[in-house]
Structure formats: structure tokens, C-alpha cells
Design a protein around this ligand. Structure first.
Ligand code: ASP
Ligand code: MG
Length: 403
């Protein structure tokens, strides 16, 4: 007998028919003699709809109240799915994060899971019940509900799989696996049979929507046996593992991210500690910074340019302006119409020609690069937002059409 964690995304539980379909998958797994922990997302566009409802009342609602509201979506899903399993005569119980004991930090809207209390889940497993847990949420030390960031249900699933040493964690979605790029932009995109944790982590962090990046981080750390599969078709999905058989010369995929904005601090003093002060300030306000570039500047001053999430742009500008006197910069330039395109692959480590090939594709497409940033297995470029899809197509064609 195995313990299997199965997570179903919003589109997989969109309506009554889809919930019955999901209940069928869960039932089959359970009736094969497995223990099953199910993690569900909110139905369809529920989370977006709830955000819209909040906007109507108060566009500046506190993050605590937003969490209170948004966490209700997942609660609807688990209750409805439990009802579907009940109607099939299967023993089950739906549980919210606070009932399971999914302890998180108190950073509302972006909380991190710290630990999961074993008692309740173990008790239910001992009774051979199917356990349905709300994804996307945790509970902080005051007992307040938190949420884990958009797409966070994947992380709930992997955290449960790690905590209870599940044999397998399956992420069910409406596509049949991880693709070399978004098939909606590039119809020729290919499904990958397998991908390494590191590659998946980079792709997820660089905007590929399949998996929440923290879920991959956790899967790698705790060696969770993870796979992405379709809830609508029965076919093999993509396995995420430590090492894969991919050809060394190739890349695993191309990702894009248009949710970022660029901030440039112009005319900073050329003194030690300036970068520290800027980024320390932003991190104290929980603002994540991504691509950072410091220019040589002129005479006694320099510029620092970086990217933040679009949703954090206004706050970042406000905070920096408040500290303008202490930071001693001349002015801020912000640009929301940028995007980032990245290539990812373990093959990059041993192949210096890979980055050049990406730049060649952009050159041939007549696309200007604004900033470049790399890691061991990734190259990212910042572009005009309107060039992003064209860039993805050109780069994907360069790497995948030739083979
Ligand atoms: N319902 C949440 C969202 O839409 C969490 C998730 O689906 O994973 O972001
Ligand atoms: Mg998702």
C-alpha cells in the first residue's frame, strides 16, 4: 500500500461535472488500496472573482482580510469534492488548513509553510479515510488564516507529501505535462517526459505557470517523487526528478514573465553600502527583487536597476522615495511595459554556445535586449513587453525546430 498525494487545479474542479471526474480519479486510486491525501484549488476563476469583489468594496483592503476572503475558494472545493466521494459511498473528510495544522509564517498573501502537525492527518489515515485538504492556505501562530501566494496549492500538496513521506505526489492539471514552452504561444511546443528539479525550479520561477516555484523547491529539498499529469486524459505526464536523460546540448524550455516591472534608481552615490541599504529596505517590506544591474555610472554617481513584481511597483517607489534623503539618489525611473524571456537547461553548464544561440534568435527577429541575467542553468533577457511572445517563438524555433 502506498500513500499518494493528488492535487487538482482550479480548471480540474471547475464545475459539478469536473468535480465528479476528479472524484472518479481519487476513488480509483483509493480502491487500488492506496492511502490518498487530496489537495484542491478553488474552482475555475473563483480566486480572481473574489479579488474583484474585494476591489469593489475597498481596493486597499488589508492583506489579512484578503486572505480571509481568498481562502474561502478552496474550502468550497474540498467540501463539494467530499460530497461527491460520499455519494459514491467512500469514506472521506474535508479539512481546512487550520484543522490539519498547516503552520505558516504570518506574511499574509505570501506565507510560507513552516511545518505540518501530523496528528489529525495520521488519525484520519488510520481510519482509512480519503483526506481532502484546502490548498493555498496555512494558519499563523495567532490562528489567523494565511495564503501562500497565487498558485500556492501546488506547494500545499508537496508540503503534505514531504511531511507524510508520500510515495508519490501527482499534480493534476488541464494540460498533460510540462512543455518546452507555453503551447498557447507556440503550438509546436513539445511535452517533456521528464525534467530535473533544478530546471523545473528555474522555469517555474521565470514565469512558466505549470507549478508554483516553491513547490519545486520543497520537492527538491525533500526528494518528493513529483509528476504533472492531466486530469482530463489518461496518458503519461512529466516526471520531475534529480537527473534526467535529456540531451546535454539542448535546453529544457523557454519561459516568459510579463508580470514584472523595472525600477531604476538614478544618480546614487558611489559609496559602499548603497546597494545594501536599497535592497535591505525593500526586503524589510517583503518586496522581492529579481534581475539586478548596477551600471558603472559617471563620476561620483551610479545607477541601480532592478525588477519587481508589477503588483509591488507602487509600494517599492513609495518606500524608496520616502528614504530619498538617506539613500541620496537623484530620481526613480519606473517602467511597467517590460517582460522577461528565459531559456533553462542543465546543458547550459557545459555549452557556451547556448546563450549565443538565444541572442542570435533575438537578433534575427530584430528584438532589442534591455538587460541580461544568468544563472548556472538559465539565461534571461529583459525586453519590451510587446516583443515577449515574438521572442518566445523565435527562441523556441531556434532550439527545437532544427533537431
Ligand atoms: N486558488 C489559488 C489561485 O488561484 C491557489 C491555486 O490555485 O493554487 O492562485
Ligand atoms: Mg497552478
Amino acid at each position: 500500500m502506498s500513500l499518494i498525494v493528488q492535487k487538482f487545479g482550479g480548471s480540474s474542479v471547475r464545475d459539478a461535472q469536473r468535480i465528479r471526474n476528479v472524484a472518479g480519479i481519487i476513488a480509483e486510486t483509493y480502491l487500488q488500496g492506496n492511502d490518498v491525501i487530496v489537495v484542491l484549488s478553488a474552482q475555475g476563476d473563483t480566486t480572481d472573482d473574489l479579488i474583484a469583489k474585494a476591489q469593489e468594496i475597498n481596493p486597499n483592503a488589508s492583506k489579512r482580510e484578503m486572505d480571509m476572503l481568498l481562502s474561502t475558494g478552496e474550502q468550497i472545493s474540498v467540501a463539494l469534492c467530499a460530497m461527491a466521494l460520499e455519494s459514491m459511498g467512500l469514506p472521506c473528510v474535508s479539512l481546512a488548513a487550520w484543522q490539519v495544522g498547516i503552520q505558516s509564517t504570518n506574511v499574509h498573501s505570501d506565507a510560507r509553510i513552516k511545518r505540518i502537525d501530523p496528528e489529525r492527518v495520521q488519525m484520519e489515515l488510520d481510519q482509512h479515510r480519503i483526506i481532502l485538504v484546502t490548498g493555498f492556505q496555512g494558519v499563523d501562530r495567532n490562528g489567523d488564516v494565511t495564503t501562500l501566494g497565487r498558485g500556492g496549492s501546488d506547494t500545499s500538496a508537496v508540503a503534505l507529501a514531504a511531511a507524510f513521506r508520500a510515495d508519490l505526489c501527482q499534480i493534476f492539471t488541464d494540460v498533460d505535462g510540462v512543455y518546452t514552452t507555453d503551447p498557447r504561444i507556440v503550438p509546436e511546443a513539445r511535452k517533456l517526459d521528464e525534467i530535473t528539479y533544478d530546471e523545473m525550479l528555474e522555469l517555474a520561477s521565470q514565469g512558466a505557470q505549470v507549478l508554483h516555484n516553491r513547490s519545486v523547491e520543497l520537492a527538491k529539498k525533500f526528494r518528493v517523487n513529483l509528476e504533472v499529469v492531466s486530469s482530463l486524459e489518461r496518458k503519461p505526464g512529466t516526471k520531475i526528478k534529480e537527473v534526467t536523460k535529456v540531451e546535454k546540448t539542448n535546453i529544457a524550455g523557454v519561459a516568459k514573465d510579463t508580470s514584472i516591472a523595472r525600477v531604476a534608481l538614478i544618480g546614487l552615490q558611489h559609496n559602499p553600502g548603497v546597494a545594501f541599504q536599497v535592497f535591505d529596505l525593500l526586503s524589510k517590506h517583503n518586496i522581492n527583487v529579481d534581475v539586478i544591474l548596477q551600471s558603472i555610472g559617471r563620476e561620483a554617481t551610479k545607477d541601480i536597476t532592478f525588477t519587481v513584481h508589477k503588483k509591488d511597483l507602487v509600494e517599492a517607489e513609495e518606500i524608496l522615495n520616502e528614504h530619498k534623503a538617506a539613500l541620496m539618489f537623484d530620481h526613480i525611473e519606473a517602467d511597467e511595459s517590460i517582460g522577461k524571456v528565459s531559456i533553462v537547461g542543465v546543458g547550459l553548464m557545459s555549452n557556451c554556445g547556448v546563450a549565443a544561440k538565444m541572442f542570435e534568435a533575438l537578433y534575427e527577429a530584430g528584438i532589442n535586449i534591455q538587460m541580461i541575467n544568468t544563472s548556472e542553468i538559465r539565461v534571461s533577457v529583459l525586453l519590451d513587453e510587446e516583443d515577449v511572445n515574438r521572442a518566445v517563438k523565435a527562441i523556441h524555433a531556434k532550439f527545437f525546430d532544427e533537431i
